[in-house]
Design a protein around this ligand. Sequence first.
Ligand SMILES: [Zn+2]
Ligand SMILES: [Zn+2]
Length: 286
Amino acid sequence: MQYQKFLSIPIFAVFFLMGFVYYITVFIFIEDWVGLQSSAGSLNAMIFTFLASLCLFSFSAGVLTDPGYVPSSYLPDVEDSSSVSDEEPKKNGVQSKYCDKCAAYKPPRAHHCRVCRRCILRMVGCIYFSNFYDHHCLWINNCVGYCNYKAFFNLILYATIGSIHSTIIIISCACQKDWNYSGRTPLKIFYVACGAMMVALFATLGTLLGWHIYLITHNMTTIEYYEGIRATWLAKKSGLSYRHPFDLSVYKNITLVLGPNMLRWLWPASISHLKDGVSFPTSRDT
Ligand SMILES: [Zn+2]
Ligand SMILES: [Zn+2]
């Protein structure tokens, strides 16, 4: 059943792009640069194949892992006596809200997805095409939430490293080529087009990676970042200051997403550190 998630045009587009980049990098540029039979060629091909496999694995994990749904038994934990009866339940300054579409309470950090038709735990939100597809990420045909955020982060990390490696190979190949001798125009156009494509891919992925490193180190989601801008503005108007409640410390924030064992940060399937995803430690707890 889960494998049906692969049946979408953007997913096919991602597979096609991965396959195309892999083919031109290994079979055209490495071959043309030093030859696949040489030690430098086979070493580069091996490293690139390893990166491509990790990309493919992280991508599949991102698509197939359920982002995290709200348990049907979920009820907000009301402990804060300052919460007035007509307000929504509040604990440690964090509000649980009611989802009209699911007709149930949703835990803090959960949001409703129109595409998934349910609330998603710790929904991250997509910065690209977010208006059209709400917060659903069309490139993995899934929401990015509590349980698959690590796989999503690993995917953009490996894809960024892979695109840097591929760009270096294309540039090295172009530099050592004797263009006066083999300077046919279609070949030059092919080199420039592939180089430009890889630079554009690297710029897009690199920006996305930088953005998610910022979010992870601040224990924030894209949605919370935008909510935070509004909260800061409102707090300033009343002469107060706003602090994101889930921001503990950089290291602690990283371990909450990638896990406590640093050696497993780079392995997307290692998610045993995740809990129920309905409650999160806040800076008020510490
Ligand atoms: Zn909902
Ligand atoms: Zn969704």
